[in-house]
Design a protein around this ligand. Structure first.
Ligand code: PNS
Length: 161
């Protein structure tokens, strides 16, 4: 059984993320969506538990997709689950620098773990979680950016109609 981990902050999960999950689920036998706790980096909009619950609801139709959260290094999560492939989406060329550094850093500390990249579907390439947070924070609807379940959670949080 070939498993892959799709890591991220997912604050919140977007339609671009969901597209990568769907495609990864057709390539690999099992996909672990791993919500990493990057609390040192930024104040999250949704708590770790809220994000895991929302992603679980969004991917419930896929039998081979699991959702987890982790507070440590991604490579340690991967090792604990016998996973040696990380998958990430590339939205645009400017993503490539940071993504390559992360992939190379992870491969250096864990040489048996490789990162594969999927090109984001162009119709989602402008979408980012930070853009979603910004629009929502100013009371703008983010319908068309995020799955319906997430859109509803954001509307409830920000009292957007
Ligand atoms: O959705 P993001 O914020 O672009 O995802 C970044 C993420 C969570 C994949 C990255 O920050 C990460 O792997 N964090 C866990 C800590 C870790 O393993 N760091 C070493 C590689 S940078």
């Amino acid at each position: 059984m070939k498993s892959v981990v799709y890591p991220g902050s997912f604050d919140p999960i977007t339609l671009g993320h969901l597209d990568i999950i769907k495609r990864a689920a057709t390539i690999f036998d099992e996909v672990y969506v791993c919500v990493l706790n990057n609390s040192a980096k930024k104040t999250p909009l949704f708590s770790l538990d809220e994000r895991v619950k929302m992603i679980g609801d969004v991917v419930s139709e896929f039998d081979n997709v699991k959702v987890a959260s982790y507070g440590g290094l991604l490579v340690d999560f991967a090792k604990q689950h016998d996973i040696n492939v990380i998958i990430r989406g590339l939205r645009e060329i400017t993503d490539a620098g940071t993504e390559l550094s992360m992939a190379q850093g992870n491969h250096t500390v864990a040489p048996d773990i490789d990162t594969l990249f999927l090109a984001t579907d162009p119709k989602y390439s402008f979408i980012s979680s930070s853009m979603v947070r910004e629009f929502a924070g100013y009371g703008r609807s983010v319908e068309g950016f995020v799955p319906d379940i997430v859109n509803k959670a954001i509307n409830d949080k920000y009292k957007i109609n």
